[in-house]
Ligand binder design. Structure first.
Ligand code: ADP
Ligand code: MG
Length: 617
C-alpha cells in the first residue's frame, strides 16, 4: 500500500512472536478469548468515559456496546469487532509492537523453559496469540480522536500502519481480521466458535454476537408442475371465478424447502454473576468465572471464594477468590507497586482495576471484584479514590478475606483443629492438603500482613504455619503449639536460621529438646522481621531460644552455681572486653555443649546479622 509506514517490532516482542508462530502447542483455542477479553476491556473504557460525557458514544449503532464475530469461509478470514474505545495511530504503534510490556521478557523466558502458553493473558501479551492460528493479521481501528487506521503484520519482524481509505468506516472501535492458516480452518466453523465462547468467554459483560447461519423451513411454490399449473390457472381464470371449489383444490401446490439465512446470534448471557444469589450459583460457575476474571486458564480451581453483600451505610457486593497459584511476579513487584487485583464496579459499570485503596498490599494476591451502590458514578477516578466509603469497603474486604482463608484451613481434614469435625469423606478428600497448598503459595503474604497490619495481627497469626521440633515434617499452627505446651510453660519458643537441618544441630536446642519442649523453626529471611512485630499470641510471649531471657522453670542449683563460678565468669568477661560481650553468665539452657554465645534481648540474632550483612554487600 502506497501510504503504509513500516515499523520494526521491539526485540522482545519479535522473539515472543517467533515463539508463538513456531509453537507446536496444541491448544490454539486461546486466541479467541484473548481477543474477546481485549474487546471487553475496550468497551469498559468507552463506557467509563461515557459516564461523564455521553457524546463519546456517538449515535445510532455506535452507541451499542457489543462484540461481533464474523466468518468468511472462502477467504478464510475470522473477524472480531468491538465498538470499544478504539486505538489512535499512536496507540496502534505503541500497544501492538514497539513497546514491550513488563511481562514480555518474563513470558519469553517461561516459554523457553517449557512454560504454558495458556497463561499468556496473565503476562499482558495476549494479543500476540493470534499468530497461533493466523499468518497474517489486520487490525482496523477508529478512535474518537483520530482517523481510521490499519495495522497489519505477517509476523516477520515488522508491521505496517496505513490510514484506512478502503475498508468500510467503523464509526468507533476495532476490528481484528485473522487470515487463518490452513491448519486452523476449524475456526471457520460456527459450532466451534460457539463452543469456545461458551467455554472461555461466558462471563464477558457485553453481548457477543456471531453472524450465524440458520437453516429455516420456507414454503415455496412447487417447481415445474407448478409453473404449468400457473399457466393453467391463467388459462382458466374464467373457470376459477365460476366455482370456488375448483380453486381450493389447486391451491396446495407449494412445498417446504430448507433455506439458509443469516442473522446475529447472541452467544453469552450477560447477567453478572455477582448480582445473583450465591445459593443459586454452582461451584463450577464460580470456578469458571474465576478463570475468566483472573485470565488464569489452568485446570486448577481457585482454593476458595467468598461472595457476599455488604449492607448499611456503604452498600456493595463483592466476590473474592484465592487463586490456586501465586502469579509469577507476586513478590517481585510487591515493594514497588501497590496494585490490587480487584476490579471496582459502580452500579455494574467497570471503573478501574488499579485502585490501591481496596485491599492492603499483603492481600494483593487475591482476585475478585467489588460492585458498589454507594460510590458516585459521575466523578473522576481520582476523586473516587479519595471517597470516604472506600475505607469502609476496605475494612470489610479484609475481614471477609481473612475469614475465607481461615475457612480453607478449617475445612482441610489435614489441619489441626480444636473442635470436632463432622464432614463427609468425599468432601474431605477434595479438601485434603488445601491449606498446605495455600501456605506454600501465599504464606509469605500472611507474614507480611502480620508485619504491616497491626489491627489484624492476631487474626493473621492464626493463619501462620511453621515446622518445629515436634511437627514431624508437617506444618503446625500456633494453636497446635499451644495445645502441646508443657504444664507450666509460659513462652512460645522459637529459633531462627537458614534451614531446619542447620537448626536441628544447634546447641541452643539441646536442653529444650531433652526436656521435651517444642521449638519453632523460622527459616525464611522474612521471619526475622516477622518476629520483631509478633510479640505474643493468646497471652503467650515469644522467646527466641538463642537470646537472653530464656526461662526453663525453676532450678535451685543455679543460684549456687552462679556463686561458685563467679570468679571464672568475671575473668572471662574481662578477657573478652565489654566491646565484645555484655555479660558472661552461668545458665541451664545447655546440655552437652559447654558454652554458647547468646544475643541480648533486644539485639539482632546471629541469623539477623547474617541477613543484614548479605543485604548491605
Ligand atoms: P493486555 O490486554 O493484557 O493489555 P494484550 O496483548 O492483549 O495485552 O493487548 C495489548 C494492548 O493493545 C491492550 O492493552 C490495548 O491497549 C490494546 N488493544 C488490544 N486490543 C484492543 C481492542 N480491541 N481495542 C482497543 N485496544 C486494544
Ligand atoms: Mg489482553
Amino acid at each position: 500500500r502506497s501510504n503504509a509506514e513500516k515499523f520494526e517490532f521491539q526485540a522482545e516482542v519479535s522473539r515472543l512472536m517467533d515463539i508463538i508462530i513456531n509453537s507446536l502447542y496444541s491448544n490454539k483455542d486461546i486466541f479467541l478469548r484473548e481477543l474477546i477479553s481485549n474487546a471487553s476491556d475496550a468497551l469498559d473504557k468507552i463506557r467509563f468515559l461515557a459516564l461523564t460525557d455521553k457524546d463519546v458514544l456517538g449515535e445510532g449503532d455506535d452507541t451499542k456496546l457489543d462484540i461481533l464475530i464474523k466468518l468468511d469461509k472462502e477467504k478464510k478470514i475470522l473477524s472480531i469487532r468491538d465498538r470499544g474505545i478504539g486505538m489512535t495511530k499512536e496507540d496502534l504503534i505503541k500497544n501492538l509492537g514497539t513497546i514491550a510490556k513488563s511481562g514480555t521478557s518474563a513470558f519469553v523466558e517461561k516459554m523457553q523453559t517449557g512454560g504454558d502458553l495458556n497463561l499468556i493473558g496473565q503476562f499482558g501479551v495476549g494479543f500476540y496469540s493470534v499468530y497461533l492460528v493466523a499468518d497474517y493479521v489486520e487490525v482496523i481501528s477508529k478512535h474518537n480522536d483520530d482517523k481510521q487506521y490499519v495495522w497489519e503484520s505477517k509476523a516477520d519482524g515488522s508491521f505496517a500502519i496505513s490510514e484506512d481509505t478502503w475498508n468500510e468506516p467503523l464509526g468507533r472501535g476495532t476490528e481484528i481480521r485473522l487470515h487463518l492458516r490452513d491448519e486452523a480452518k476449524e475456526y471457520l466453523e460456527q459450532d466451534k466458535l460457539k463452543e469456545l465462547v461458551k467455554k472461555y468467554s461466558e462471563f464477558i459483560n457485553f453481548p457477543i454476537y456471531l453472524w450465524a447461519s440458520k437453516e429455516v423451513d420456507v414454503e415455496v411454490p412447487s417447481d415445474e408442475e407448478e409453473s404449468t399449473e400457473e399457466e393453467e390457472t391463467s388459462e382458466t381464470t374464467s373457470e376459477d371465478e365460476e366455482t370456488e371449489e375448483d380453486a381450493s383444490e389447486k391451491k396446495p401446490k407449494t412445498k417446504t424447502v430448507k433455506e439458509t439465512t443469516y442473522d446475529w446470534e447472541v452467544l453469552n448471557d450477560v447477567k453478572a454473576i455477582w448480582l445473583r444469589n450465591p445459593k443459586e450459583v454452582t461451584d463450577e460457575e464460580y470456578s469458571k468465572f474465576y478463570h475468566s476474571l483472573a485470565k488464569d486458564f489452568s485446570d486448577e480451581k481457585p482454593l476458595a471464594w467468598s461472595h457476599f453483600t455488604a449492607e448499611g451505610d456503604v452498600e456493595f457486593k463483592a466476590l473474592l477468590f484465592v487463586p490456586p497459584k501465586a502469579p509469577h511476579d507476586l513478590y517481585e513487584s510487591y515493594y514497588n507497586t501497590n496494585k490490587s487485583n480487584l476490579k471496582l464496579y459502580v452500579r455494574r459499570v467497570f471503573i478501574s482495576d488499579e485502585f490501591d485503596e481496596l485491599l492492603p498490599k499483603y492481600l494483593s494476591f487475591l482476585k475478585g471484584l467489588v460492585d458498589s451502590d454507594t460510590l458516585p458514578l459521575n466523578v473522576s477516578r481520582e476523586m473516587l479514590q479519595q471517597h470516604n466509603s472506600l475505607k469502609t469497603i476496605k475494612k470489610k474486604l479484609i475481614r471477609k478475606a481473612l475469614d475465607m482463608i481461615r475457612r480453607i484451613a478449617d475445612e482441610d481434614p489435614d489441619e489441626f483443629h480444636n473442635k470436632d469435625k463432622t464432614e463427609k469423606e468425599s468432601e474431605e478428600n477434595e479438601k485434603k492438603g488445601q491449606y498446605t497448598k495455600f501456605w506454600n503459595e501465599f504464606g509469605k503474604s500472611i507474614k507480611l500482613g502480620i508485619i504491616e497490619d497491626a489491627h489484624n495481627r492476631n487474626r493473621l497469626a492464626k493463619l501462620l504455619r511453621f515446622e518445629s521440633t515436634k511437627s514431624e515434617g508437617k506444618l503446625a499452627s500456633l494453636d497446635e503449639y499451644i495445645s502441646r505446651m508443657k504444664p507450666g510453660q509460659k513462652d512460645i519458643f522459637y529459633i531462627t536460621g537458614t534451614s531446619k537441618e542447620q537448626l536441628e544441630k544447634s546447641p541452643f536446642l539441646e536442653r529444650l529438646t531433652k526436656k521435651n519442649y517444642e521449638v519453632i523453626f523460622f527459616t525464611d529471611p522474612v521471619d526475622e522481621y516477622l518476629m520483631q512485630y509478633l510479640m505474643d499470641y493468646e497471652d503467650k510471649k515469644f522467646q527466641n531460644v538463642s537470646k537472653e531471657g530464656l526461662k526453663l522453670g525453676k532450678d535451685s542449683k543455679l543460684k549456687d552455681l552462679k556463686e561458685s563460678f563467679k570468679e571464672l565468669t568475671n575473668w572471662w568477661k574481662d578477657a573478652l572486653s565489654s566491646e565484645n560481650v555484655d555479660s558472661v553468665k552461668i545458665s541451664n539452657r545447655l546440655d552437652n555443649t559447654p558454652c554458647v554465645v547468646v544475643t541480648s534481648k533486644y539485639g539482632w540474632s546471629a541469623n539477623m546479622e547474617k541477613i543484614m550483612q548479605s543485604q548491605t554487600l
